[in-house]
Design a protein around this ligand. Structure first.
Ligand SMILES: Cc1cc2nc3c(=O)[nH]c(=O)nc-3n(C[C@H](O)[C@H](O)[C@H](O)COP(=O)(O)OP(=O)(O)OC[C@H]3O[C@@H](n4cnc5c(N)ncnc54)[C@H](O)[C@@H]3O)c2cc1C
Length: 375
């Protein structure tokens, strides 16, 4: 084991990172009776979780049937009860809305892809229906060949969600140490087991450690994630304020989307850029987003620009999250949620809670194992 120095702290479970994933995990673990300490190098929820569009796009994001779709559907089903729980525990309305998503096909290839998607969704028992160009035109969308209506996807305000999860976790007994950068893991002398973590000014002993560090997860010394397995993928966003909101559902086209908010804004996202840990908002990024907005609905060209920002998604090479145990006893992963961390937060928290309590998880976790990067 490495030398432990500075202030000495302890907890049953240390959660590294206080984004939407770390806060959800802390809440469910604390409710299950664990003594939880969240170590966050900045403030909770200020990174990817604050940047997100908040689309609960289990079907929108699905490329094919499989474990990722199943996980997304399971998590989506948890939102009505989670929103109600957070409202009653914290007084915060996280603005969960099952508003549906409409995908628009602008080219022949995209039309073909949407028709295929509709067919396999129907085959999988999911609600998905085609919308004609005529109907789309009547609804003030830009010219499109066909649409795909996914009534069961929805949205939530990701900033309010993370704030509420943070407060609820504290109420349930979780402790948060902010401005606490986790530098490395401590390992047992002989067997492959974690015993704690090192901060700049303190050490923390723990029986279990959950890595929820988002795009930075691989930077903690000793974390068994090969270089490049979790990488930052920048997403830029712009917020528009039109005179009236032309649609109430989330609208998706190839390369972008628009999310109408109850506060009158439309969030338009998002770029996918592999540029390291750089959160700049760029001229080219904004140009692309504004053109996406006008393709979705020409009327948005008149809207005022009221904000722009960017965030770093925790991306993985296969687009799947890293979830579950590692070969180091006591070390768990809950990271790499890429484009769907808001959607997947509730199910991730329940999976981690079950694993820490040594109960059988309700989901097949093999596809999400960190071992896939080394196999
Ligand atoms: C522009 C954009 C749009 C998105 N849209 C959607 C969407 O519509 N729907 C959806 O489901 N998802 C969306 N996502 C993805 C989603 O935001 C992420 O998957 C999710 O926020 C990841 O949560 P997280 O808690 O793992 O990471 P983060 O929110 O990045 O949190 C990680 C935390 O860990 C802390 N940390 C890291 N390393 C350390 C360390 N060593 N010590 C202490 N603390 C540490 C960081 O400070 C940070 O607070 C979007 C993302 C972006 C960027």
């Amino acid at each position: 084991m490495g030398r432990m120095a500075g202030e000495r702290l302890g907890a049953d479970v240390v959660v590294v990172g206080g984004g939407v994933i770390g806060c959800s995990v802390a809440l469910r673990l604390a409710q299950a009776g664990a003594d939880v300490l969240v170590l966050e190098r900045g403030e909770p929820g200020q990174e990817a979780s604050a940047a997100a569009g908040g689309i609960l796009g289990a079907q929108m994001e699905a490329q094919d049937p499989g474990p990722m779709l199943d996980l997304g559907l399971a998590s989506r089903r948890m939102f009505p009860a989670l929103a109600e729980e957070l409202r009653s525990d914290t007084g915060i309305d996280v603005r969960y809305r099952p508003c549906g998503v409409i995908e628009l096909a602008l080219t022949e290839d995209e039309e073909h892809a949407l028709r295929e998607k509709q067919a396999w969704h129907e085959g999988a028992g999911l609600r998905a229906s085609l919308v004609s160009a005529l109907q789309l035109g009547r609804r003030r969308f830009g010219p499109a060949r066909v649409g795909l209506w996914l009534p069961d996807d929805g949205q939530v305000d990701s900033v309010l969600l993370t704030t509420a999860l943070h407060l609820a976790a504290i109420k349930a007994g979780a402790r948060f140490r902010l401005g606490a950068l986790v530098r490395r893991l401590f390992l047992a002398a002989v067997e492959p087991r974690v015993t704690g973590v090192e901060l700049l000014d303190a050490t923390v002993e723990a029986k279990a450690i959950v890595i929820c560090g988002g795009a930075w997860s691989g930077l903690v010394e000793g974390v068994p994630l090969p270089t490049g397995s979790v990488v930052p993928i920048r997403g830029q966003m712009v917020a528009l304020s039109p005179r009236d909101i032309p649609f109430t559902e989330v609208v998706h086209i190839r390369g972008g989307y628009a999310v109408p908010r109850l506060d009158g804004r439309i969030l338009v996202g998002s770029t996918m850029e592999n540029v390291g840990f750089d959160k700049s908002v760029t001229a080219a990024g904004l140009l692309g987003l504004l053109s996406t907005a006008q393709q979705i609905c020409p009327q948005l060209g008149e809207a005022r620009v009221v904000g722009h920002w960017s965030g770093l998604r925790p991306g993985t090479s296969d687009g799947l999250p890293v979830l579950g145990k590692s070969y180091l006893d006591g070390l768990l992963f809950a990271t790499g949620h890429f484009r769907s961390g808001i959607l997947l937060a509730p199910v991730t928290a329940e999976i981690v809670r079950d694993l820490v309590k040594r109960e059988a998880p309700k989901h097949e976790l093999r596809p999400f194992s960190a071992d896939r990067f080394t196999a």
